[in-house]
Design a binder for this molecule. Sequence first.
Ligand SMILES: [Zn+2]
Length: 139
Amino acid sequence: MLNLPRLQDVDVMPYIREGNAVVIIQDEMAKYTIRYKASKSKDGKVVFIGYRSGPGYKFKYLCYINKDGWIQLSEKSPLPANSSIVRMFEEYMENYPNLPMWMKDYYSNKCGYCGRPLKDPKSQIRGFGPECSKHIYIF
Ligand SMILES: [Zn+2]
């Protein structure tokens, strides 16, 4: 278990679908943790999914969710469809809220930009404070 708040009492799916969420997913068996960030495209038609596996606040583009709710890779996706980072996000979306035993989801209690504590539940799901979320570029 990570020392972070679990997402179990919150329905995070509307936030992901609106492109306004950071979800931290841990594979307890493989012992790795990935942060996924959902943010809406400028035209509002798709939700971009970014990821990061280390410290800092910069997310790399991973894939997108189209208007029908399907996860799509594009030419700019840096990882193949069978990579564990893509597959973990797919499994999360497919199984939510009944996640596999090995999968745990968390939200952030610190701003992904400035590191200050996030107290408001909506900010915790977004992963950024209200001010910092204006300044961060999508990826
Ligand atoms: Zn901040």
